[in-house]
Ligand binder design. Structure first.
Ligand SMILES: [Zn+2]
Length: 594
């Protein structure tokens, strides 16, 4: 048995999933709240029989490996190690086909970043060649009081070159290390000087202090770079997005902090690289920061897997408070409890607090202010709530937060507290909220994609119909004189349908096969316990809806055409329109559909 099969047989998939998700048994399946997206009714289904775990809301999941890869953000070979560890399976040391597999583009990019990180650290170290150039980088590190251990741990480095001039030292070094021009450009560490792709490239980072950004597995995947001279803009410059770096999902310091976050059950979110390093240096290790971007839902989801609470350690200035407010709004939407560190008196940010009084820092973290209190304190300090105009502005500020709250009980406590702050009655605040919600939902309903898809618990109508036909062969025989290929606009679904309808059952491609299995899995769990009549009813309802939608689309096309044509042509189109209506009535009158 190979390692993959052995892992699957030793570690039942529901056991694996239970490490992350609370599962409830439902017949031959388990169901739970999806770990990949926020939801309140479970659409995450686990089938021990089929060895699959899949979400029909967000379409994530699959077998043991896909599940772990997506949830832990691992490559296949790392997922293999991860799962082998849990399942107690020893992996063969050599000659696995994986090791022989050609290294992917991503692997090359990680190697390139590792090489660049080595280059930058060498430049920072004191050496005859770099003494002059990197001196102000070393001075900056001294001024910020980072000790050598922290510098080593963070792998700080220096990017040589003239800030505003041309420099290609890193580019040349990477070329000499065996990386191609294309690979270097993909990494974003250098860019071609002219748009025609001439031979010379310029380094992205010139004369800057370098902070390597590592992913959750500790691999360098990007860099942040700080300007060293006043007037060099921007102060912080980051790697652009690349196949291995998505700033909306990478957290600076997360790989190193993960275990401590898990143990302490809380994470500290700081504003930048320097804050993370200063806080770590003080011995507080459950700290992360975003990489030059505002906190995203994706960041919070990642943190939520290990932390039960997030402490915002932002600057005390208005930018910091606004960032805190935005992050709290996201926290309410993702149900991530948050508090805000409360710096004493004249201290402006975490770094200053640590330097003045490390104990005060600990107190600020331990006695951090709950999100709700922070928000209403901020509201009361920022607006004159006696003034009706300012009160209206304040109301506008907090409505989005109230809207974001999922739990009605939680929302009630916010409304009570908000009403007191704004000096209105809770019921009138509640009415404002309802009005606001109404305004928000309107544009959503007008989005045609949603109207047309009319999803069945996450499935499109096409998928739902195909799922019914795949799962219940008897339904196929009822539907076969109405349904044909044209019912499926998606190519993959069309292939699956063809294979189902054909006597010879052509072999499906892997992804189509997987999709077909998922559909059966979902339809089975969804329709467990339905009688034969009820199943027929499901089929009929779906078919009717699909037929109606198809005619609606055709009618809409005709109407659009009519606006652009001459009166005679318009008459013709009107006739077509009338006959479409007749066809539709006829089609829906079919015995099968009644
Ligand atoms: Zn999901």
């Amino acid at each position: 048995m190979d390692a993959v099969a052995e892992i699957k047989s030793r570690l039942p998939i529901d056991q694996l999933v239970s490490r992350y998700v609370k599962l409830k048994k439902a017949g031959r399946y388990f169901k739970g709240l999806c770990p990949f997206h926020q939801e309140r009714t479970p659409s995450f289904v686990v089938s021990p029989e089929k060895e699959m775990a899949y979400c029909f809301g967000c379409r994530k999941g699959g077998d043991h490996f896909t599940f772990v890869q997506e949830l832990e953000g691992l490559e296949f070979k790392d997922a293999l190690k991860f799962l082998a560890d849990i399942a107690n399976v020893t992996l063969p040391e050599q000659n696995t086909h994986l090791q022989q597999e050609r290294r992917s583009e991503r692997d090359r990019l990680y190697e390139l970043h590792e090489e660049a990180a080595r280059f930058f650290t060498e430049q920072l170290a004191v050496s005859p060649q770099t003494r002059g150039a990197a001196a102000h980088a070393r001075t900056y590190i001294e001024q910020r009081e980072l000790d050598p251990e922290t510098v080593r741990f963070a792998r700080l480095g220096y990017a040589p070159g003239e800030a505003r001039g041309h420099s290609d030292e890193l580019y040349k070094h990477l070329l000499n290390s065996g990386f191609s021009k294309d690979e270097i450009i993909t990494s974003g560490l250098a860019f071609p000087l002219d748009a025609t792709g001439g031979s010379t490239c310029r380094d992205r980072f010139r004369d800057r202090l370098i902070f390597p950004i590592r992913d959750a597995q500790g691999r360098v995947c990007a860099f942040g770079a700080r300007a060293l001279e006043d007037g060099d803009e921007p102060k912080y410059l980051n790697s652009p997005e690349s196949p291995i770096f998505h700033k909306g999902s990478v957290l600076y310091g997360f790989g190193e902090a993960r275990n401590d976050i898990r143990e302490s059950k809380s994470a500290i979110l700081a504003e930048g690289y320097m804050d993370v390093l200063a806080i770590r240096q003080a011995g507080i290790t459950n700290v992360v920061a975003t990489c030059g971007t505002a906190c995203t839902e994706e960041h919070l989801r990642q943190l939520k897997r290990t932390a039960q609470k997030l402490i915002l350690a932002f600057d005390k200035d208005s930018a910091g408070r606004n960032a805190a407010k935005r992050t709290i709004e996201l926290g309410l939407a993702t149900e991530m409890p948050m508090t805000v560190a409360n710096w004493p008196g004249d201290v402006k940010d975490p770094d200053e607090c640590l330097k003045k009084d490390p104990d005060a820092f600990l107190t600020a973290i331990e006695k951090s202010t709950p999100a709700q209190i922070f928000i209403f304190n901020w509201l009361e300090e920022s607006f004159d709530l006696q003034d009706s105009v300012q009160r209206a502005t304040a109301l506008k500020e907090i409505l989005p937060l109230l809207t974001a709250i999922k739990s009605t009980i939680e929302r009630d406590t916010w409304i009570q507290r908000g009403a007191a702050s704004l000096q209105v009655s809770p019921s009138s605040l509640y009415d404002e909220l309802k009005r606001h919600l109404g305004k928000q939902r309107m544009p959503l309903q007008q989005r045609p994609a949603i109207q047309e898809e009319n999803r069945q618990n996450g499935l499109s109508e096409e998928e739902y119909l195909l799922g019914l036909l795949l799962t219940y062969k008897e339904l196929s025989s009822i539907a076969n004189h109405i349904v044909d290929e044209t019912f499926f606009r998606d190519n993959e679904l069309q292939d699956i349908y063809r294979s189902l309808a054909s006597e010879y059952n052509p072999i499906l491609e892997d992804s189509a096969q997987k999709k077909a299995e998922m559909l059966v899995l979902f339809i089975e769990t969804m329709n467990t316990g339905l009688s034969w009549e009820e199943l027929q009813g499901e089929l009929k309802r779906t078919l009717r809806r699909m037929i109606q939608n198809r005619f609606t689309r055709q009618k809409r096309e005709l109407v659009t055409k009519m606006k652009r044509v001459s009166p005679e042509e318009k008459n013709q189109l009107l006739e077509q329109y009338t006959s479409l209506i007749n066809e539709e009535t006829e089609a829906l009158r079919s015995d099968t559909l009644l």
